[in-house]
Design a protein around this ligand. Structure first.
Ligand code: ATP
Length: 274
């Protein structure tokens, strides 16, 4: 086999482009492990002895009143905020507290912020294409092989996010919900192992919320998904396991029925909503 043929072999074509990161090892435990994590802002304990694990392929919902520490927790996982003390591991190999934001993203942790940030002047297809970095130094023969690989991946992602028919539509004229799905698709292009999704259904219609529930539940199993959401109806529709944060700690964890019947949860959170 010639070198070109070997490098163009579909299963191996990206091998040399993939950053040299050791794979996430979940053989002996969870994909995300946080232990005794503490963060203070000017003396205020935003995260207070936080302990939490996320299993590989799990879909977890995080709820909690305003100021409970949900965003700060996501900021710690993605390397935006450094905790004062504690441990945060991605699988058993990667100590996230020794890594910066780009390094953590390269490991396969994707984050979707509440507001969609798609490129409005580009089509749906082009947005997905852009989400997959291309190395301009790659020789043309390989680039052609990569293009076929990209197209296939884009096709898969378009199907997952349900935007096949809108592939040539400018992203700027998509509905709010469609933009959110496109942005989730852009993250999926990188084949993340863990997706962090912040308030995905804020501002969505009922129909869009239903579609988003289908999308997020369809991702579970293939990757781990952590969803922070205030909409209880939505959480109930997707959640297998819910973590309730309060004052920077886990107050309760379990099924939606378990946590919503927990007297402490009712007192500090669901009670406030009623
Ligand atoms: N950079 C910061 N400086 C000072 N205080 C901060 C900072 N970031 C967060 N906090 C405080 O830490 C606490 C936790 O905030 P965080 O945003 O994590 O809560 P949250 O659960 O995401 O809330 P919400 O549901 O309103 O988004 C809040 O009291 C907030 O005011």
């Amino acid at each position: 086999m010639s070198i070109i043929e070997e490098l163009s072999n579909r299963d191996r074509v990206f091998e040399f482009l993939t950053p040299a990161v050791s794979p996430v090892d979940t053989r002996h435990g969870p994909i995300l492990y946080m232990e005794d994590v503490n963060v203070s802002f000017d003396g205020f304990r935003a995260i207070n002895n936080l302990n939490m694990t996320i299993d590989d392929g799990e879909l977890r919902c995080i709820i909690g009143p305003n100021g409970a520490g949900k965003t700060t927790m996501m900021d710690i996982i993605t390397g935006k905020t450094a905790p004062d003390t504690g441990s945060v591991w991605f699988g058993s190999r990667h100590n996230l507290l020794t890594m910066n934001e780009p390094e953590i993203a390269t490991l396969g942790i994707g984050r979707k912020f509440q507001k969609p940030t798609v490129f409005e002047a580009l089509t749906v297809f082009e947005n997905l294409e852009l989400a997959m970095a291309t190395d301009k130094r790659v020789i043309p023969t390989l680039r052609a092989a990569m293009k076929a690989e990209f197209r296939e991946r884009i096709g898969e992602v378009l199907e997952t996010i349900g935007l096949q028919d809108l592939r040539n539509q400018l992203a700027g004229i998509l509905s709010h919900g469609q933009k959110q799905w496109l942005e989730i698709g852009m993250l999926l292009m990188q084949k993340p192992r863990l997706l962090l999704v912040d308030e995905p259904v804020a501002g969505m219609t009922e129909q869009e919320m239903e579609r988003t529930a289908e999308l997020l539940t369809s991702l579970a199993g293939k990757q781990s998904v952590v969803v922070v959401e205030h909409d209880m109806g939505f959480v109930r529709s997707i959640a297998r396991k819910v973590t309730v944060l309060h004052q920077g700690s886990v107050l309760a964890e379990g099924s939606m029925d378990q946590v919503s019947n927990d007297p402490e949860v009712i007192k500090v959170y669901l009670g406030e909503e009623a």
